[in-house]
Design a binder for this molecule. Structure first.
Ligand code: ADP
Ligand code: MG
Length: 273
């Protein structure tokens, strides 16, 4: 199972939008996929209509009162399941700090999912905390949506230096530009200078489009509700690029998954970490 985190210290940069669309495309490519909404605001849970269900508090979860597979919800999209957020997740870091080996809890908890899913997406809250450290420790791949501002690039360099400092050499950091307005000269300048400083930056840029923003009202992944749209094409391109960096191969491209539920195919873990 590959663990793919979508994270950034900054809020409102497109993390949840990215996580929901990419998790959907992952599942549509026939890889059983789980999206874990780690943000107490529950943006991904809302987008996938998993709200209004009974959730479990982070305190009970970390105390091992329930295993993660017991908490999984079907999204109605083939191959895509959801671990919904709970409002108590706002205190995730506090409860992590009370446990033994506090930076490894998420990795340990995710082990119960390995036999069920090929990919686990983590939609992370903004900020940097013990939860973020758990995420970085557990993840194989970290996708970082960046809005084109000088501070965003500085933050990325700090994140990269932190990962290098921890010696996590097998962790791949994949930043991309999000909410780009190519008509703005400042955006163009910042992107060009960031690309020069950070050659691992993904080539795909997600534009600032109201069509993408509307996803939050439609409460469905863009490839599911607007499969032929330009916005869906951009997310497909982003996912293809990520798959190439992840596995060195292009993703299996299939038509959008039919909107019905099917149980994830039990599958052996493809990689070990
Ligand atoms: P985060 O998870 O980083 O806080 P979200 O994905 O929730 O960010 O996005 C924040 C807001 O911006 C939401 O209202 C979302 O619909 C909107 N949004 C996200 N990506 C785009 C985009 N590329 N263009 C326009 N609006 C966007
Ligand atoms: Mg979010």
């Amino acid at each position: 199972m590959k663990i793919i985190a979508v994270t950034n210290i900054k809020g409102g940069v497109g993390k949840t939008t990215t996580a929901v669309n990419l998790a959907y495309l992952s599942a549509a490519g026939a890889a059983p996929t789980l999206l874990w909404d780690l943000d107490s605001q529950g943006g991904a849970t809302y987008a996938l209509r998993g709200d209004g269900q009974k959730h479990i508090s982070v305190k009970k979860l970390l105390a091992g009162k329930r295993e993660l597979p017991e908490l999984i919800l079907a999204t109605g999209y083939a191959g895509l399941d959801l671990l919904p957020a709970d409002f108590s997740y706002r205190n995730f870091a506090v409860h992590l700090a009370e446990r033994r080996h506090p930076t490894e809890r998420l990795l340990k908890m995710s082990r119960s999912l390995r036999e069920i899913y090929a990919r686990l997406f983590l939609d992370c809250p903004s900020g940097i905390s013990l939860l973020s450290e758990n995420v970085l420790r557990a993840a194989d791949l970290v996708i970082v949506p960046l809005v084109p501002t000088p501070l965003a690039v500085r933050m990325l360099i700090e994140l990269r230096d932190f990962v290098i400092g921890e010696g996590w050499t097998d962790l791949k950091l994949l930043p991309f530009f999000s909410m780009v307005d190519r008509r703005r000269a400042l955006h163009q300048e910042l992107i060009a200078s960031a690309r020069a400083q950070f050659p691992a930056m993904l080539a795909t840029e997600v534009p600032y489009w109201s069509e993408i923003e509307r996803m939050s009202v439609r409460r469905a992944p863009l490839p599911a509700c607007a499969p032929k749209s330009e916005a869906t094409r951009i997310y497909r391109e982003l996912w293809a690029e990520i798959c190439e960096r992840m596995d060195g191969v292009s993703p299996v491209t299939t038509e959008p998954a039919p909107q019905r539920f099917s149980m994830p195919v039990t599958e052996q873990r493809s990689t070990a970490r």
